[in-house]
Design a protein around this ligand. Structure first.
Ligand SMILES: Cc1cc2nc3c(=O)[nH]c(=O)nc-3n(C[C@H](O)[C@H](O)[C@H](O)COP(=O)(O)OP(=O)(O)OC[C@H]3O[C@@H](n4cnc5c(N)ncnc54)[C@H](O)[C@@H]3O)c2cc1C
Length: 280
């Protein structure tokens, strides 16, 4: 199903494809510590057959067991929606970006930032092969025809690395791209392969707690935007994004249609609902 197409001069530049909701059981296959605060986890299993991820900004719900459970309770889909057995604790769910899905092996790879304390971060810190999780979604994919734009810009914090990496890998050869990623320090930087003509800027918050530093906004404000029409994406902590969006849309007057702003988490809020509108 295709909905919400973004067109310009009759040319379709972005479109949304919806996927049927599916809940799947998966087993941890591999765990790799990429940086001190970043874990790459690969899960697999027959239930992942048919997992769909078409867009760089896709997300799925990672379902985790509650205390005292060895695995999360996976609901069955009925015409009325998901049905859970009675008297069992429903799984804890958090949003993650599918970094890669291999349909040959039915393996899904995603990256988890290890931050202070949170159910998902705590789980990822101890994740080991054989453990069981669940996945729900992705419900849809936002597909961008990057080549229809003159340039691409992405900015975000470390939770954005998987989606930015996917977008960079999908950009046409030689496309002009600028990327700003806020991390604590140089030890948090990761390789971002691309055929684009990309300038990657790692912005360091140098010990300030994530979600409290203005360094990403400062980097965007100091940036000399190229001429022509660009596609821009901003993801990360919701309060920081509010200020960046105000600058991009209100002060700079970029067309909102081609500026994608999505809060991945909010400082001090557990299980932040990313559908919450980012206020002006
Ligand atoms: C569309 C989408 C895609 C996402 N993709 C990824 C991804 O690929 N990888 C990834 O790591 N995250 C990703 N996130 C963010 C992730 O869902 C949140 O960080 C989530 O809150 C983590 O859950 P938790 O149980 O660890 O912490 P929670 O229980 O939700 O929160 C506990 C506390 O930790 C704080 N907190 C939450 N996240 C962070 C953080 N990153 N840094 C510092 N403090 C934090 C909260 O403010 C709260 O005070 C994505 C979010 C969305 C909406």
């Amino acid at each position: 199903m295709v909905a919400n197409t973004g067109t310009m001069n009759g040319q379709t530049r972005t479109r949304r494809v919806m996927h049927g909701l599916a809940f799947r059981r998966a087993e941890v296959r591999r765990v790799e510590r990429l940086t001190p605060r970043y874990v790459r986890i690969t899960v697999g299993g027959d239930a992942l057959e048919g997992f769909q991820t078409l867009g760089a900004q896709d997300h799925f719900k990672l379902m985790l067991p509650n205390a005292g459970q060895t695995e999360p309770v996976i609901p069955t889909m009925t015409p009325e929606g998901p049905r859970y057995p009675e008297d069992v604790a429903r799984p804890v769910m958090r949003d993650y970006t599918p970094f890669a899905f291999d349909p040959e092996t039915n393996e899904l790879t995603f990256d988890v930032v290890l931050h202070g304390q949170g159910v998902a971060s705590d789980w990822a810190r101890q994740a080991a092969p054989g453990q069981v999780v669940g996945t729900a979604g992705p419900r849809g994919s936002h597909i961008v025809d990057y080549g229809a734009f003159d340039w691409f810009l992405a900015a975000g914090d470390e939770t954005s690395i998987p989606s930015i990496a996917r977008a960079l890998a999908a950009l046409p050869r030689g496309m002009k791209a600028n990327v700003f990623i806020e991390v604590d320090g140089p030890e948090d930087e990761l390789p971002l392969p691309t055929d684009a003509e990309a300038q990657i800027t790692w912005v360091h918050r140098n010990g300030a707690p994530a979600g409290t530093s203005p360094v990403l906004e400062q980097a965007i404000r100091a940036f000399d935007f190229p001429a022509g029409e660009g596609f821009q994406t901003y993801t990360g902590e919701a309060n920081a994004l509010r200020d960046i969006r105000r600058y991009i849309v209100k002060e700079r007057g970029f067309d909102k249609q081609w500026v994608d702003v999505s809060g991945h988490w909010k400082y001090g809020v557990a299980d932040f609902d990313h559908h919450t509108a980012i206020e002006d």
